[in-house]
Design a protein around this ligand. Structure first.
Ligand SMILES: Cc1cc2nc3c(=O)[nH]c(=O)nc-3n(C[C@H](O)[C@H](O)[C@H](O)COP(=O)(O)O)c2cc1C
Length: 354
């Protein structure tokens, strides 16, 4: 077995371990893949400037997420069809997140019933949506995440070329559909309601007391509007570059969103997080926590729950070391320092006037 020392090692092994179909589904991108590529590359444009001579012998990585404490600020973002990657699918991923004391979001396209997840981890049809929200409440979920960048499925050249239809062995126990057999692309589009609008945010808030997080915000203006509609959290996300192509990289819009929200709700980020310094940059620029998608799926494909744990542990440990080297012993300390992360252009445009 290869020595897996960083997140990218899991991608290489997952490519060998899972079917070509599954690997390509995970790697899928909207349009020409501009956004997917930029999500990762944008992180390289940000530089970290350590604070020196601070005591970092003890580091507290914990933070809160919609009122719940997590032991470090790297959580699992929703990804569908996890039984493509491991027989136990979402259950393995949720167990890994619970064992490490961090958050997990179950996808709408989960291949495991919502009740199995919560029981095992302790933690255009509106009646069906109400039913799903009730199931989430009853099974002890802590929040509802409403994905708002998915009015229709994007043009995905890879999926079109291979005529993407999930294997008929997969079931979708949280959807009003018996099996993957029924899931042609036309049907997937029928499951999503492109007429969804802001009144649905009001409606969801009226039928549940669970906190509501909007996933898929990439501008200050939309974030401000979301706050006006009373959401409890905003996830800066472009669906990992799988939906509308040419959206900005998430790290590039984070500061704009944080400024627009002005402390009225928590801001999170997903997209392109691959190492500990990526986590540090996002937290320093105002994210309360980050979420990871593809790296978790690679971990799942490599070694089930253990693989997911290894990926999350690598990110946690790399983040801790980055915190110590940057001179910070806690997340509030890092967030209070406004001079730590700058874009590379800072050094070329005469802004550094010392
Ligand atoms: C295989 C796969 C399936 C996904 N399924 C969903 C989904 O069902 N619902 C959703 O809101 N986002 C879904 N996403 C998007 C992720 O939640 C997330 O926004 C994205 O993966 C973050 O980027 P990253 O993969 O670079 O970490 C999926 C992503 C992947 C890779």
């Amino acid at each position: 077995m290869d020595k897996l020392v960083c997140v990218q090692d899991f991608k290489a092994l997952a490519k060998r371990k899972c079917s070509q179909f599954a690997f390509e589904y995970c790697d899928s991108e909207g349009g020409n893949g501009v956004t997917k590529k930029d999500n990762c590359e944008a992180f390289l444009r940000y530089k970290i400037r350590p604070h020196i001579l601070n005591d970092v012998s003890k580091v507290d990585l914990s933070t809160s997420l919609l009122g719940e404490r997590v032991s470090f600020p790297v959580c699992v973002t929703p990804t569908g069809l996890q039984k493509l990657f491991h027989d136990e699918g979402e259950l393995e991923t949720a167990k890994a997140a619970a064992e490490l004391g961090t958050g997990f979001v179950l996808s709408f396209w989960s291949t495991t019933p919502i009740e199995h997840i919560t029981n095992n981890t302790k933690n255009s049809d509106r009646s069906w949506t109400v039913d799903l929200i009730r199931r989430a409440e009853k099974s002890g979920c802590n929040a509802i995440v409403l994905t708002v960048d998915y009015a229709v499925v994007a043009t995905r050249y890879g999926d079109i070329r291979k005529n993407f239809i999930p294997p008929s062995t997969l079931n979708f126990p949280n959807l009003p559909v018996a099996s993957a057999d029924e899931l042609e692309v036309g049907f997937i589009n029928n499951m999503i309601d492109p007429s969804s609008n802001w009144s649905d945010v009001v409606w969801i808030k009226s039928i549940t007391k669970l906190p509501l997080l909007l996933k898929g915000v990439v501008s200050g203006a939309m974030a401000k509007k979301a706050v006006e509609y009373g959401v409890d959290g905003i996830m800066v996300s472009n669906h990992g570059g799988r939906q509308l192509d040419c959206q900005p990289a998430t790290i590039d819009v984070l500061q704009e969103v944080v400024k627009a929200v002005d402390g009225k709700c928590d801001v999170f980020l997903d997209g392109g997080i691959r190492c500990g310094t990526d986590v540090l940059k996002a937290i320093a620029l105002g994210a309360k926590a980050v979420f990871v998608g593809r790296p978790v799926v690679w971990g799942l494909a490599c070694n089930g729950s253990e693989g997911v744990k290894q990926v999350l542990t690598i990110l946690r440990d790399e983040f801790k070391i980055a915190m110590q080297l940057a001179g910070f012993a806690s997340i509030p300390e890092l967030q209070a320092a406004t001079d730590v992360v700058v874009t590379a252009s800072y050094y070329y445009t005469g802004q550094n006037s010392f």
